[in-house]
Write a protein that binds this ligand. Structure first.
Ligand SMILES: NC(=O)c1ccc[n+]([C@@H]2O[C@H](COP(=O)([O-])OP(=O)(O)OC[C@H]3O[C@@H](n4cnc5c(N)ncnc54)[C@H](OP(=O)(O)O)[C@@H]3O)[C@@H](O)[C@H]2O)c1
Length: 246
């Protein structure tokens, strides 16, 4: 068992990843970050803040077992909070033609944000299930994917084809996992930030609001729906009509 709880941030850069890392650090968590750049060679390193830094391409499904074992080796346990924050999109090659998205980019975006995220959650579920059996059943676990409005609304922009596909496909399996496993104390969330009124946060994504929400989810996951639309991170704000349960 880890001496302090662990947060694993899959896809961590200067914006949302950094804010989430800092907030969890302040709460007493050990922090592990993953991105393709930023550590020398393949061995995990430490950032100046003392966070574990693992270099991996999250579009590679084979990378995840190694990531979780590096965390266990360096930090002494299994993350109780896993954040999947990486995303990619491949714009249309011809303006206005969504079917001109190159298929290698289509595949890569899917491999990162649907298959990669699924394998990240699968590994967490496997480890959480065995941890529970090893008397760690009282500690609540959360898997959080950074989402956006494309899972709830079709924006008429061919450049968002693969990003929308990934966010909406993953919202389905994350909702399913949440329904199936919440009674075990495992929650699966999508965090979809909006600006006031419900438009996508887009270029105005607020890293601190994400950090606020994610730490609230870790402290008390129970009251939240699996698909969380939010503005400042302090509360669920319902923007769309209808529910996933209809
Ligand atoms: N609600 C909204 O409207 C909204 C708006 C903007 C963003 N978002 C979501 O927020 C998330 C990103 O936010 P951000 O840019 O602020 O986060 P960030 O923490 O600043 O950066 C994310 C990091 O993910 C890493 N990454 C990307 N692809 C990867 C891969 N294949 N393997 C490993 N690491 C990878 C990148 O680092 P490397 O390049 O070093 O790998 C990047 O620095 C995305 O999920 C995005 O869809 C939502």
């Amino acid at each position: 068992m880890a001496s302090a709880p662990i947060v694993l941030i899959l896809g961590s850069g200067a914006n949302i990843g950094a804010a989430v890392a800092s907030r969890f650090d302040k709460l007493g968590y050990q922090v592990a970050l993953v991105s393709r750049q930023g550590s020398d060679g393949d061995a995990p390193t430490r950032t100046p803040e003392g966070y574990l830094k693992i270099r991996a391409d999250l579009a590679d499904a084979e990378a995840y077992a190694g990531i979780y074992s590096s965390v266990r080796e360096a930090l002494g346990g299994v993350p109780s909070v896993v954040v999947f924050n990486a995303a990619s999109l491949t714009p249309a090659a011809e303006p206005g033609n969504m079917f001109s998205v190159p298929l290698d980019g289509f595949q890569r975006d899917f491999d990162l944000s649907v298959k990669g995220a699924f394998v990240a959650a699968r590994e967490a579920y496997r480890l959480w299930s065995s941890e529970s059996e090893a008397n760690d059943g009282g500690v609540k676990k959360q898997f959080i994917m950074t989402g956006n409005k494309l899972a709830r609304s079709i924006l008429p922009n061919p450049n968002f084809t693969t990003l929308g596909l990934a966010k909406s496909a993953s919202a389905y399996w994350i909702g399913l996992a949440d329904k199936l496993y919440r009674e075990k104390g495992f929650r699966f969330f999508v965090a979809d930030q909006r600006v006031a009124g419900g438009s996508p946060a887009g270029n105005n994504a607020d890293a601190e609001a994400h950090a606020e929400l994610f730490t609230r989810l870790a402290r008390d996951p129970e009251p939240w729906p699996f698909y969380i639309t939010f503005v400042d991170g302090t509360k669920y704000e319902k923007f769309e009509n209808g529910s996933w349960d209809e």
